[in-house]
Design a protein around this ligand. Structure first.
Ligand SMILES: [Zn+2]
Ligand SMILES: [Zn+2]
Length: 469
């Protein structure tokens, strides 16, 4: 066991918690994470890292590097918050700021654990005179613009040997699974305004275009592949019923199992928009907001994570933490907790109680099919990459909720974060110092790629992600 890594994290525990809590307090939305990025940059600079910022056209994206030459080990961090999930670190809903932003996906923990791992590895490299480069990738706007996709397009991952990352969760487990490729799109419809009663024949309703587009998508739904997903909201439908709206907007997420299938789905949705415009004598414009590729899983990295997790051992929960978790679970439907416990037990985990995960989920070599999307996908197409989760909130708590915000700002989240920093640091050390392990991870990556080449789906003329809201 690489005790120096564990010692470094232990010795810097309060520093890491304070950086995480500060980012939790800022709760900045995607592309606005100026203070969150600055805080991490200052920390990394103080530890001798060199910073390159403004990657992928995003002011809040940066790469922090230490060392030189090969091998190159990369850690991925995120730090964007979500709208409307502000909460105090209490086990019930009580916004810190009414209607405010919050870390409802725990990205304050995500970024700081990865940053801590990078600095701990640098410390050991320096101590033992180990050659190579360690990098922390400050990746903004995961929730809104899929920031990493823009960074991948900028080529900042091209020389990396292995990329390691994690995500706060309800369990201690490796994420040996793919994800769905995703397009985030808006469709603006334009018609002609008129008095809706006095002269409707002079108008053409942009809302009609939007509604018929959605109606067309509902007809598509039955005939798309079962793993595909399409979701929409009408983000603008007009101002008043007695005015024919000359402008309306549809907001879409289109997902499929891989890039190739996703391109077909987008084409179909575009054709439906064309049909809707033709039927209503309106016109439309498609706006590209972001995209993510499907994750290419890596069993070699996943196995490494699993053994390191086991060797370090899962954190223990205090009585207060268990009580906090139980009270929080009571704020939600009991079925949510029951379902989550059941699925944990099905995966072979033996829980001591049903509030906080106190065990490690057994490793499954069979690759699962995830139903979410993440921009880690794009990184995994260009570098062997894998992810794991540590328990940072109670079992059965809904994602992207006030409850996750709450846990991400108190001791339950902190414990999961420090455990994650140790796992990442130790796994990073193994990949840095073991060329065979790196080679195996690369071979596995090639097997999973199945001869496919990465294709960046960002239109070449778009230089930086547009603001989504
Ligand atoms: Zn999220
Ligand atoms: Zn997230």
């Amino acid at each position: 066991m690489e005790i120096e890594i564990l010692d470094w994290v232990k010795e810097h525990k309060s520093e890491l918690i304070s950086v995480s809590d500060e980012i939790w307090g800022y709760a900045e939305l995607g592309l606005d994470e100026h203070r969150s990025a600055k805080l991490q940059i200052d920390y990394l600079e103080n530890h001798g890292f060199e910073i390159r910022s403004g990657i992928g056209g995003m002011e809040t994206a940066f790469v922090a590097s230490w060392g030189e030459g090969k091998p190159v080990i990369g850690f991925l961090g995120e730090y964007d918050a979500l709208p409307m999930v502000s909460n105090k670190p209490v086990p019930y809903k009580e916004p810190l700021i009414e209607g405010g932003t919050g870390h409802g996906c725990g990205h304050n923990l995500l970024g700081v654990a990865s940053m801590g791992a990078a600095v701990s590895l640098k410390h050991v490299m320096e101590q033992k005179d180990i050659p190579g480069t360690v990098r922390y990738y400050g990746c903004p706007a995961e929730e809104s613009s899929f920031g990493k996709t823009w960074m991948v397009r900028d080529g900042v991952f091209d020389d990396v040997d292995v990329t390691l990352t994690w995500h706060p969760g309800a369990t201690n487990s490796v994420r040996n699974e793919s994800s769905l490729a995703d397009f985030v799109l808006k469709f603006n419809f334009y018609g002609k305004t008129a008095h809706a009663s006095g002269g409707p024949w002079n108008g053409r309703s942009a809302l009609d275009g939007v509604e018929l587009m959605n109606s067309g998508v509902e007809r598509m739904r039955e005939h798309m592949r079962p793993e595909c997903r399409v979701h929409y909201v009408i983000s603008y439908g007009g101002g008043a019923p007695n005015v024919v709206p000359d402008y309306a907007q549809n907001f879409f997420d289109v997902r499929a199992k891989d890039i190739a299938e996703l391109k077909k789905m987008r084409q179909w949705v575009q054709d439906i928009a064309k049909g809707a415009a033709l039927m209503t004598q309106t016109r439309f414009e498609e706006l590209f907001l972001g995209c993510a590729a499907n994750v290419i899983p890596n069993r070699v990295i996943a196995q490494t994570f699993h053994s390191v997790m086991e060797e370090i051992g899962v954190p223990k929960w205090s009585e207060e933490e268990l009580e906090f978790a139980q009270t929080m679970q009571q704020q939600f439907e009991p079925e949510l907790v029951e379902q989550a416990v059941e699925s944990l037990e099905e995966s072979g985990a033996t829980l001591g109680q049903k509030h906080l995960c106190d065990t490690q989920v057994p490793y499954r070599d069979e690759i699962g099919e995830g139903t979410g999307s993440t921009d880690v996908g794009d990184v995994s197409w260009v570098v062997p990459t894998a992810q794991f989760s540590t328990a940072c909130h109670p079992i059965g708590i809904p994602g992207h909720s006030w409850a996750i915000t709450s846990c991400s700002g108190m001791s339950i989240g902190h414990k999961g974060m420090l455990y994650a920093a140790k796992i990442l640091g130790v796994a990073g050390y193994r990949f840095l110092t073991d060329p065979d392990l790196r080679q195996k991870a690369r071979e596995e990556w090639q097997i999973q790629l199945k001869g496919r080449q990465y294709e960046c789906l960002i239109p070449p003329e778009i230089k930086a992600p547009p603001k989504p809201f």
